[in-house]
Design a protein around this ligand. Structure first.
Ligand code: GCU
Length: 430
């Protein structure tokens, strides 16, 4: 029973009934939509983070071999079973079709390719990958790959980028509205990325799984799951998007203009959560970037600061697997925390970024998560950010394989973030 409804009823009721309802409301452990999030550091509950280097049987992990053979698989299945749901492998019928090429995109700076990444032999479903490669390159180049929120055409106003077909729009669901071209171009500074020698690729969330709860019938769930009954650890939408990123990488590995061994996966907000999960499940991603990913992404859940596990599962019931729902309001019982998701990316380069006004995503919790992933980097003999104090707005930290910045301003991704990501990527992918 959502508490917000309860408050409305209470106005109409009196006496003993009111008292009874008050007691009942205390038994509801999931914070309701109307409940105020905590933004006060002094009210963060005391918590103990699980040690990424201690196995479930209590044994300490002291070697890379023990990490790779024992602890890493154990953690990966914990996150699969209890949080995101199990990501399936590539489907048998997977194939690619380059459907459009424009060799003088951005006034000659790049070549645009649109590629259908078909999920089945019959081509009933595909994602449309939009790829730009710099024309100045003399060989395969490193690339950034990320999902977009509003359609490929919304990431740029270049007129040759295709609008979604009628058939795709039908699949996006009854409420889909096609945005005007370029509405999110600020988030995709293509010219800057291409000028720095990187390719860049993106696709729309709805091509893999539309972002609303329909009981997992549409999108890739409908295609691949058939009549299989769902369980507590069945994959949900974030796992589907991460799966889509891996399928896009399957294509990029075959593209002669892209260096498939140097693909950075990037995502903002819910798609930052997705980028982290893709980086954890698919070790082919050479570098991972989480921009303002917050709860369920980089932020520590046990801090219960800003968005909480209870609230995210209530408002977005399709993002995580059903088993994750049991931890709403009971974050202290979580057998893992998000620093261990970050640790699954080690020893690959990892960049986590927050925005100073984005308290909902808990910048401090995102920073703490990064520094608590450091022991796994250390196990590989790699340096990583460990400074306990988080940087001030406008500052960042970079040490060895990990980096962080706190952009002044609200929840967003823009050239401030991208410039830093490219500086970091230059060190590993060039
Ligand atoms: C909501 C949600 C966040 C998410 C964000 C986004 O604010 O609560 O968890 O990161 O949407 O994806 O923009």
């Amino acid at each position: 029973m959502p508490i917000i409804e309860f408050h409305m009823k209470r106005i109409l009721l009196t006496g003993g009934m009111t008292a009874l309802l008050l007691v009942l409301s205390c038994l509801v452990s999931v914070p309701a939509r109307g409940q105020q999030p905590n933004y006060d550091e002094s009210k963060v509950p005391s918590y103990t983070l699980p040690d990424p280097l201690v196995r479930e049987n209590g044994k300490a992990v002291r070697s890379r071999r023990a990490w790779e053979r024992k602890r890493r698989p154990e953690l990966l299945s914990l996150f699969s079973d209890q949080m995101f749901g199990v990501v399936p492998p590539a489907p048998e019928g997977l194939h690619f079709k380059v459907v459009k090429v424009v060799s003088d995109a951005f006034g000659g700076l790049a070549t645009m390719k649109e590629v259908e990444v078909c999920f089945d032999a019959d081509e009933t479903q595909s994602l449309l990958l939009l790829l730009f490669v710099p024309n100045a390159a003399s060989g395969p180049v490193p690339a950034f790959l990320g999902i977009n929120f509003r359609g490929n055409h919304a990431t740029t106003d270049e007129p040759y980028v295709s609008l979604p077909s009628e058939e795709r729009m039908r699949r996006y669901g009854p409420d889909y509205q096609c945005d005007p071209r370029g509405v999110q171009q600020r988030r995709w500074p293509y010219r800057d990325i291409l000028s720095r020698g990187y390719a860049v690729a993106t696709f729309y969330t709805g091509d893999v799984d539309p972002d609303y709860h329909d009981g997992f019938h549409n999108g890739v769930h409908g295609l691949l799951d058939g009549d299989k009954p769902r369980t507590g650890s069945s994959w949900a939408t974030i796992s589907a998007w991460a799966w889509g990123l891996s399928r896009a990488l399957d294509y990029l590995e075959t593209d002669p203009d892209v260096d498939g061994a140097k693909v950075a996966v990037i995502g903002h907000s819910r798609l930052g959560k997705t980028a982290l999960w893709a980086g954890a499940t698919d070790p082919r991603f050479a570098l991972v970037i989480s921009n303002n990913s917050g709860c369920g992404g980089a932020a520590l859940s046990k801090r219960c600061f800003g968005e909480t596990v209870g609230r995210i599962n209530q408002v977005f019931p399709h993002w995580f697997c059903d088993n994750f729902k049991q931890y709403g309001g009971k974050e202290d019982t979580l057998p893992f925390d998000q620093h261990e998701l970050l640790a699954l990316i080690a020893p690959r380069p990892l960049y986590v970024a927050s925005a100073s006004e984005d308290l909902w995503a808990d910048p401090h919790g995102e920073y703490l998560s990064l520094i608590h992933a450091a022991p796994v980097y250390r196990l590989y003999g790699e340096d990583a950010v460990t400074t306990p104090e988080m940087p001030a707005p406008g500052e960042g930290r970079m040490a060895g394989k990990t980096a962080y910045h706190l952009r002044p301003g609200p929840h967003d991704i823009n050239i401030y973030d991208w410039s830093r990501y490219m500086d970091f990527a230059d060190r590993f992918l060039k």
